[in-house]
Design a protein around this ligand. Structure first.
Ligand code: ADP
Length: 529
């Protein structure tokens, strides 16, 4: 199957023949599990797509309204059909959240301990239902169940972290300008938060926004991606089960533009937390300007991955596969532009090709699957266009390069894990966020050249480099214009550390001791005696 797909008409044969590695890899690359999609099962009957749809729709009185489909990206099958809500429902949700902030979740009535207790109950419910939540996540997003399980556990960790942070919100006492004056700096919740989240991490992008918001004493209206609303509804359901007031955690999905306009335009919403594309981030920022809302943005990336000549090549190759192909390449911190020192370029490419031969495309619920589908047809078109453009402009296709159909019943949006060499810096696959399973290799000769190419982008989210030199560990770490830098590591996220971008990759940060500050405002109280 791989041979047939690799020689698809979109990619010319001549490009393949320029690369010896392509010929050695073709026959051993297994893309197919050849198994029909497994039937999902749920231990908790309240967490099935059907039960969650009903839970969501019971929030609003919207009988007879148009529906939108939630589909399994691996098979194209409809998982759920939800009411397509818009500005009217967003306004209702904001009003409820505003009311809850004044009443049931009023920071003057709810103690830090009570917020901690509720968050811990929510965390427990997430962990108890982790298997069902991971199944839902895989069904609507397509990622392998192992990755979905890690994401759910990470979401629970996030809630646990912010539960603790709820008890650590403190202030300062400062000297006043007068002799008999002291000034207290209080930290108070900003109020209603609008959280707009993407489909690539449908679970953890929500917990890292709702967790700190609730811990700080805010209430929240979540607008998840319409591609993956079920994980968000499940989280909302479990939050209500954990004892948060219904108005305190609201969810609305459907017409993204209309809901976004309502959340950003409402004077009752005091903060927007967004993860998604830079284009939509700019729009939300502009829309929020009229009411001077606080805004946190976690936007696109164009992550460099630099392999110096003194790097441990096996370790770097394994890390690159983990970073560049994670979630089929659909993470904002995926390595997009791989810079490899001329001396080790061929050996490194060979190692990558060897390891990629062991990857398996398939349905995420099939345990043998290492890589699932892309989220939708538009994503598939974009990745294919990037690869085609690169090969036509002289890049060498070493592995993959085409759409795939890995088995019976899997007519979804699959693209083969792909390795390109001889990629030029102006090719789209290199200079744009690719969001597909594509590794694009470019040779370099000096540290200065690598750093200049790495920084030559409007993005600044994550960057990685591999070296055994202590000097480079510092000079390159300090020279990279990025919010997160991995030196001999690609694991640059965690609850204890700040996550946020430089330049057009974002504003503010999530997680760590800094994360909760985004949901608090300072008040100076002058006590004169
Ligand atoms: P992606 O390209 O990764 O889907 P988007 O920025 O388009 O990233 O989407 C991220 C989130 O932003 C999703 O929840 C999506 O529905 C939402 N979104 C998209 N367009 C708008 C908009 N005009 N206003 C508000 N939210 C939007």
């Amino acid at each position: 199957m791989f041979l047939r797909l690799l020689l698809s008409p979109t990619i010319g044969r001549s490009a393949l023949h320029r690369c010896p590695a392509a010929r050695t890899t073709m026959s051993s690359f297994a893309t197919s599990s050849n198994a029909p999609p497994p039937t999902p099962s749920f231990a908790n009957s309240r967490l099935t797509p059907q039960a969650l749809s009903e839970y969501y729709e019971a929030q609003f009185d919207s009988k007879g309204i148009e529906k939108f489909s939630v589909r399994d990206p691996a098979s194209g099958a409809e998982i759920a059909a939800l009411d397509l809500h818009g500005a009217a429902e967003a306004k209702i949700a904001v009003d409820r959240a505003h009311d809850a902030f004044r009443n049931e979740w009023n920071p003057n009535r709810v103690t830090a301990q009570a917020r901690y207790d509720a968050l811990v109950r929510w965390e427990r419910l997430i962990r108890e239902n982790a298997r069902d939540l991971a199944t839902l996540l895989t069904l609507e997003n397509g990622k392998p169940i192992s990755e979905a399980t890690i994401e759910v556990a990470g979401g629970a960790d996030s809630v646990a972290w912010f539960a603790e942070e709820a008890r650590r919100i403190d202030g300062d006492v400062m000297q006043g300008a007068k002799r008999r004056q002291r000034v207290m700096v209080l930290k108070q919740p900003v109020g209603v938060v609008g959280a707009i989240t993407p489909w690539n991490f449908p679970f953890s992008m929500i917990t890292r926004k709702i967790g700190p918001a609730l811990a700080a004493g805010c209430t929240v209206v979540v607008k998840p991606s319409e591609e993956t609303p079920l994980s968000a509804i499940a989280l909302t359901y479990l939050a209500h089960e954990a004892g948060f007031p219904k108005g305190g955690v609201q969810i609305v999905c459907g017409d993204a533009k209309a809901i976004g306009a309502e959340l950003t335009g409402s004077s009752k919403v005091r903060k927007i937390g967004f993860t998604g594309s830079t284009a939509v981030g700019k729009l939300l920022m502009a829309q929020s300007a009229s009411s001077i809302k606080r805004i946190s943005l976690e936007l696109g990336g164009n992550a460099p991955f630099i392999v110096f000549e003194d790097a441990d090549l096996d370790r770097a190759a394994l890390a690159l596969l983990g970073s560049g192909l994670r979630n089929a390449g659909q993470t904002c911190i995926c390595a997009d532009k791989v810079l490899v020192h001329d001396d080790v370029h061929d050996a490194f490419a060979e190692k990558l090709a060897e390891k990629m031969a062991r990857l398996r495309l398939g349905h995420g619920l099939d345990k043998s699957t290492t890589h699932g589908p892309l989220i939708n047809a538009a994503a598939l078109d974009k990745v294919e266009a990037h690869v085609t453009e690169a090969v036509e402009a002289g890049a060498t296709l070493v592995v993959g390069g085409s759409r795939a159909n890995p088995g019976e019943g899997l007519e979804g949006h699959f693209f083969q894990p792909t390795l390109l060499t001889d990629v030029k810096v102006d090719m789209s696959c290199f200079r744009e966020e690719n969001f597909g399973p594509v590794l694009s290799l470019h040779r370099f000769k000096t540290d200065e050249e690598a750093l200049e190419i790495a920084n030559d982008t409007e993005y600044g989210l994550a960057a990685y480099f591999y070296t055994s030199s202590m000097r480079r560990s510092w000079t390159i770490s300090e020279g990279l214009e990025y919010g997160m830098v991995g030196c001999n590591d690609v694991a640059v996220t965690g609850v204890t550390t700040p996550f946020g971008g430089w330049k057009q990759s974002g504003l503010g940060c999530e997680h760590s001791k800094y994360g909760i500050e985004e949901f608090l405002q300072k008040k100076a109280v002058f006590l004169t005696f």
